[in-house]
Design a protein around this ligand. Structure first.
Ligand code: ADP
Ligand code: MG
Length: 602
């Protein structure tokens, strides 16, 4: 915890040191104005105003002898002006303090939020797949905004109130010594009494806030999953069940929020009772000691400010504890190690690799699961078009995912042009690859923007050529704004085949030496598949291409076929060879015989 605090301070607070100092400084002025200013006014200025001739000279006259020479009217005027003067200073300082502290809070949170989002981009896919997306969204957005709200509410109190309290206590002690009544200092016991609920409730509050934020994460997850699967929800009439799980998550969140408020607000009556006790203690002892009214009033004011600021500091501390839960959840993400880190001294990849791919003794298991690839050895020379076939779950997608280093091999190594993928930066590595998956993932934006994503700095010309090659152009007429038609999230507004063409155009623009097609046409109807097959064939030309095939018809151009079964390669060769020698291949092929009458031409 201490270590984490230190890291947090170094990383986020130090860069804002100007704002930190400014908030402490303005807090100090505001605090001194109330904690010291008011009690000392009562002690020194009031006696000058209410001074009656014949009584001993007020103390202030001894410090400021010029006062004696002024007319009583001027003194009165000065005295009256001093009260608003103190409050103007206090008010101004408080206002500036609040603004400064808020700026600090907002800047802190902005850098925290960005840091978390940045870190999420680097985290291993395995980590993100293990978490629910809604919960991560909730952390990046809701938890940071919770911390921000809390900070902006409490941070000036966190700075100002303890200082006010210290000033008031200082004034109190000074007044006691001045009066020679140190026994009245016993009232300090009440200070200890007041600290107890603050500390005790603080712990409960941070636990409840963690629960509440978890509830919010849960709520987000439910909503997010629900929105992503609306078709299924309706098709299977799952609305009621979805509403039920939403209500549960919501109730969970509400329960913890109510508990939070309960603990937070309990501190107010407790502190006020303690303050009243302390004041009556002062009243009794003061009268026993025969104190003067102004002496007593000054003491009581100092005491009041001390307790009042303690109450406010306690409330701020409590609210601050409320930020601990979300802070914890953010820290959890920031602390998550990026185990697929770039090497310290990466090898430089050539601008464009040849595209040889080698798997050497590769074994791979998803986190804590049984291996899904076992001792895979295969070498794919540059420019070869390779089909991957095998029953579903055999490990084809996993095999292909190891090349862009989406996951780290458990044993063995994956090499591109003889370079271990762990020895180059992920950025350099992924520059060399284009991937078209089963579902074309499009972003909200125009068709043109979605194609341009293929490569940074792609020219208009290149985008148009790619659009032609992928035959995106063919359906542009049916789009309201052609290439500038804005697509919704996930590419809504286009049919599956059209989306896939945009994804293929993107791969054309990228023009990478290695191409991975993972069941790129599986979600399409036979007609669209046939059409798109030609675009894919031309895309594959001149590249090392892996085609994970669900239908043998997609392999008509493959030079070589790898047969996967239970994480192993059980067949490697041309169609004719495999049909002869590999029973699994023959079985798979024959099952589809009617659909795929092609003979492999290679
Ligand atoms: P294929 O593409 O050949 O159908 P996959 O490579 O997708 O097969 O999956 C191989 C095995 O790995 C399957 O048993 C599957 O359940 C498992 N698997 C796939 N993805 C993950 C994942 N993210 N986490 C854990 N297990 C996974
Ligand atoms: Mg697959």
């Amino acid at each position: 915890m201490i270590n984490r605090m230190k890291k947090f301070i170094e990383r986020f607070l130090l860069p804002q040191i100007f704002w930190v100092l400014a908030s402490v400084l303005t807090g100090l002025v505001a605090a001194a104005a109330s904690g010291l200013g008011v009690p000392l006014m009562i002690k020194f200025v009031f006696p000058v105003v209410f001074h009656q001739s014949g009584q001993p000279e007020p103390e202030l006259m001894q410090y400021v002898p010029q006062l004696a020479e002024m007319s009583s009217r001027t003194v009165l005027l000065l005295a009256c002006a001093s009260l608003p003067a103190i409050f103007i200073v206090r008010g101004l300082a408080m206002w500036i303090n609040t603004v400064v502290v808020n700026v600090l809070g907002i800047r802190l949170l902005e850098s925290l939020r960005t840091a978390v989002f940045h870190h999420v981009q680097q985290l291993p896919l395995a980590f993100l797949e293990g978490k629910r997306k809604g919960d991560i969204v909730s952390r990046v957005v809701a938890d940071t905004s919770k911390v921000q709200t809390v900070l902006s509410h409490v941070s000036n109190d966190l700075v100002k109130q303890p200082i006010t309290c210290a000033c008031a206590l200082f004034a109190f002690i000074w007044l006691l010594i001045n009066n020679g009544r140190w026994e009245m200092g016993l009232v300090m016991i009440f200070v200890g009494l007041a600290a107890w609920p603050v500390i005790n409730f603080g712990k409960r509050i941070s636990v409840k806030s963690l629960r509440a934020q978890e509830g919010l994460g849960e709520l987000n997850t439910v909503v997010q999953q629900n929105l992503e699967t609306q078709r299924e929800v309706r098709a299977y009439a799952m609305e009621e069940r979805q509403i039920e799980s939403f209500e549960q998550a919501s109730a969970h969140y509400c329960r913890n929020t109510v508990k939070l408020v309960k603990y937070q607000r309990a501190i107010i009556p407790i502190m006020e009772t303690v303050t009243a006790l302390a004041l009556s203690f002062l009243l009794v002892t003061g009268s026993l000691f025969g104190m003067s009214l102004d002496g007593f009033m000054a003491l009581a004011a100092a005491m009041f400010f001390a307790f009042d600021s303690m109450k406010r500091a306690g409330m701020a501390f409590n609210r601050f504890n409320e930020a601990q839960g979300p802070m914890q959840r953010l820290a959890d993400i920031l602390d998550e190690p990026n185990d697929i880190d770039d090497p310290e001294n990466p090898l430089t990849m050539p601008e464009r690799v040849k595209g040889d791919i080698t798997f050497r003794n590769v074994t791979f298991a998803y986190d804590g699961c049984k291996p899904v690839l076992r001792d895979v050895n295969v070498s794919i020379p540059a420019g070869q078009i390779v089909g991957l076939v095998g029953p579903s779950g055999a490990g084809k997608t996993t095999f292909a995912s190891l090349i862009p280093r989406f996951y780290e091999v458990t044993e063995g190594s994956v090499l591109i042009d003889g370079m271990d993928v762990r020895d180059v930066t992920r950025h350099d590595l992924r520059e060399q690859l284009a991937i078209v998956g089963q579902q074309a993932l499009l972003f909200a934006g125009t068709i043109r923007e979605n194609i341009a994503l293929g490569r940074e700095g792609a020219t208009e010309e290149e985008i148009n050529v790619a659009a032609d090659a992928a035959r995106v152009s063919a359906f542009l007429d049916s789009q309201p704004q052609g290439m500038d038609t804005v697509l919704g999230q996930g590419g809504s507004g286009l049919s599956g085949g059209q989306r896939q063409r945009v994804a293929i155009a993107r791969a054309f623009v990228k023009d990478a030496p290695i191409l991975i097609l993972d069941e790129a046409t599986a979600s399409l109807d036979a007609e669209s598949e046939k059409e798109i097959q030609q675009e894919l064939d031309s895309l594959a030309q001149g590249r090392t291409t892996l085609i994970v095939a669900h239908r043998f018809s997609t392999l008509r151009n493959a030079h070589r076929i790898l047969v996967f079964d239970h994480g192993r390669i059980v067949g490697d060769g041309s169609h004719a060879e495999l049909y002869e020698s590999c029973p699994l291949y023959r079985e798979l092929y024959d099952r589809q015989g009617a659909v795929a009458p092609h003979e492999n031409e290679a």
